[in-house]
Design a binder for this molecule. Structure first.
Ligand code: AHR
Length: 625
């Protein structure tokens, strides 16, 4: 391996090269990154052989706006003779007008309802949980909220409890209770019980842990895993989620901003589950700018879903939605939409720079291009600094519409991806740049080291072609193991655990690539067909290093001499280290029981020099600093 580490032939890698793609798929948000514990909908059910969904928001919109309807996933506690529960169109909230009516017929024993959370709530000893609910009753309300554990069979163990004060709430009243847990249980539930006869209406129930990331509502451990990747951008909120199977079920940002209680939530009909939209447009902008230090890549619906689309004459509301979304993010706090952002606590604008018009919509080329131009003209006029991402293919020819980027999605099995990586060497060097907003080595069955190494080779090729590929993100980022829509994914979690797949760990090798300097590298080996390599240097006030990465995508040990020429003064070689991602079997994976089966191992490299002898393990990614 020969590295030309001089500045002569070096080139800066774009600041934006590696980021992440957050889509509401696999419960990435609802029941995932968004820390809300009270589950507000029933997941996919099979009914008469048809995939369907009964939904309720944090409120009780089970079975749609018509009442009485289903109250799932809530359940009833108590005998039928003592409690009567039904939904009614009685809510205070206009957009979620279905509330729960609980008629209590006996004074004892206590009866009520419970929420099972997302496959169990993770309640941890010493932590505080904030319960918010809206209550109405003609009588004084003595309601006890309890977090109980169902781990032990038989009696439910109480972990925390708090009660309302027995006051009359003849108008809808927001009630907040703090629940301090004195025990830990991963499969807890929330119970709301009373032992007093009367009728109580309930709506918009939320249970949040008090220790969310920066108080922004994100599950801390999952946020830390994203932070570890140092993403330079976050593309959101989809994916197919943005499109919908039907336009009527597509993501509508205006219904995801403002107070959470007023958000109607919506049924994501591509991934078949209901989201309460607590994690809305505002929260995702905040995640970008305040939590991750990333640039948002905002994907808007182009008036096209998987099965229907608007024509050019009825596209106007979609274009207006996009313009309004930019006013919400970037507009003055006095503007119509900017004032809503300000009221939510962010008077300063979120300086959004990238907008993607649609997702995978260029399959309807004529229609898409017509729509795209209408978005383009309107947005360019109002926000000339915004960069546009088109869904059409600019790799194999020039786009026939103006754009800054074209979106490329690349999935294939590991061997295919390893071959496909080379496609960028022949891509046009003029015109818009490529944004590989989705890629993964995929067989739909497993998340192996083998697959991740194909991705590593792919990312190395992106670094080397970063004059044309200027942004890239793996897909999907998250999966809740209890309800997978897609496999593989980078981060797997349940109510209380999480681990990175080998694909996640591969991405950590690239966390310092964006904004670094790329150097020419050549490999001469009889195994060069299964090797991929790159060399970068990083220099800032805190650290400086030359990093050589080599993927061995073959079954042999490869013996190499690494020779570095022209290393610049100031690049630190005294703290050299080698990091290796490998395993005894290339088909190995990680799991909840063995989360560290395939993780990088780093050790000091005491004899690093301008020339050194190295052995690459079979099926491995090695990085020398
Ligand atoms: O990443 C999963 C899905 O794959 C995305 O929603 C879609 O854009 C692509 O087809």
């Amino acid at each position: 391996v020969e590295v030309d580490a001089s500045w002569r032939n070096a080139r800066k890698i774009p600041e934006t090269l590696f980021g992440v793609f957050f889509e509401e798929i696999n419960h990435a948000g609802a029941g995932g990154l968004w820390a809300e514990l009270a589950r507000s909908y029933l997941s996919v059910v099979l009914w008469c052989g048809v995939k369907g969904n009964w939904k309720i928001t944090n409120g009780f919109e089970a079975g749609g706006p018509h009442t009485p309807s289903n109250i799932d996933p809530w359940g009833i506690i108590g005998a039928k003779s003592c409690i009567n529960v039904m939904t009614e169109q009685a809510s205070y909230f206009k957009r979620n007008n279905v509330a729960l009516r609980m008629e209590v017929l006996c004074d004892r024993p206590a009866v009520g309802i419970f929420n099972p959370g997302f496959w169990g709530m993770n309640i941890e000893e010493g932590k505080m949980y904030k319960l918010v609910m809206y209550i109405r009753s003609k009588d004084s309300v003595q309601l006890t909220a309890k977090l109980t554990c169902s781990e032990t069979s038989g009696q439910l163990q109480s972990l925390a409890s708090a009660s309302t004060q027995g006051i009359v709430m003849s108008n809808w009243t927001k009630v907040e209770l703090q629940l301090l847990a004195h025990g830990t249980c991963r499969t807890s539930r929330l119970e709301l019980k009373t032992s007093k006869k009367g009728v109580i209406w309930l709506d918009q129930v939320s249970l949040m842990p008090s220790d969310t990331y920066k108080g922004h509502g994100f599950r801390k451990e999952l946020m830390h895993m994203i932070l570890e990747l140092k993403p330079r951008f976050l593309r959101f909120p989809g994916g197919c989620f943005v499109e919908g199977n039907r336009l009527r079920n597509a993501f509508k940002w205006k219904e995801t901003v403002g107070p959470w209680e007023e958000r109607p939530g919506h049924y994501g009909d591509v991934w078949n589950y209901w989201t309460d939209d607590g994690l809305g447009y505002y929260e995702l902008l905040q995640a970008n700018f305040e939590d991750l230090g990333a640039d948002p890549v905002w994907v808007v619906n182009a008036g096209i879903s998987h099965t229907d689309y608007t024509n050019n004459t009825s596209i106007t509301p979609f274009v207006k939605d996009a313009i309004d979304s930019l006013e919400f993010a970037k507009g003055s706090p006095k503007s119509t939409w900017g004032s809503i952002r300000a009221a939510m606590g962010h008077p300063d604008p979120f300086p959004v720079k990238f907008i993607a018009i649609g997702n995978e919509n260029c399959r309807l080329k004529q229609i898409y291009q017509g729509h795209y131009m209408l978005f383009y003209k309107a947005i360019r006029g109002a926000y000339p600094d915004i960069q546009f991402i088109s869904n059409c293919d600019g790799l194999n020819g020039q786009l026939d519409h103006p754009a800054d980027f074209y979106d490329v999605h690349i999935y294939g099995n590991a061997t295919e991806l390893f071959v496909k990586k080379d496609m960028f060497y022949t891509a046009s060097r003029t015109g818009p740049k490529a944004f590989v907003s989705e890629y993964a080595a995929r067989n739909g069955k497993s998340a192996t080291l083998f697959a991740s190494l194909a991705e590593a080779a792919f990312l190395i090729t992106l670094e080397r072609n970063s004059d044309v590929v200027q942004m890239a993100s793996y897909a999907p980022l998250f999966v809740n193991d209890n309800d997978r829509n897609w496999l593989p994914d980078a981060i797997v979690f349940n109510s209380w655990q999480q681990y990175g797949t080998p694909s996640y760990w591969v991405q950590t090798f690239f966390s310092e690539s964006s904004g670094s300097v790329l150097h020419p590298i050549t490999i001469r080996s009889s195994y060069s067909g299964s090797l991929a390599s790159s060399a970068i240097t990083w220099r800032d006030t805190e650290k400086s290093f030359l990093r050589v990465k080599v993927v061995n995508f073959g079954p042999h040990v490869v013996n190499l001499t690494v020779a570095v020429n022209g290393l610049q003064a100031g690049v630190n070689t005294t703290k050299s280290a080698v990091s290796i991602l490998s395993s005894s079997n290339a088909m190995n994976e990680n799991s909840f029981s063995s989360p560290n089966n395939v993780v990088p191992v780093t050790r000091a490299l005491p004899h690093a020099g301008k020339e050194m002898q190295v052995l690459l393990a079979p099926y491995s990614l090695t990085s020398f600093d």
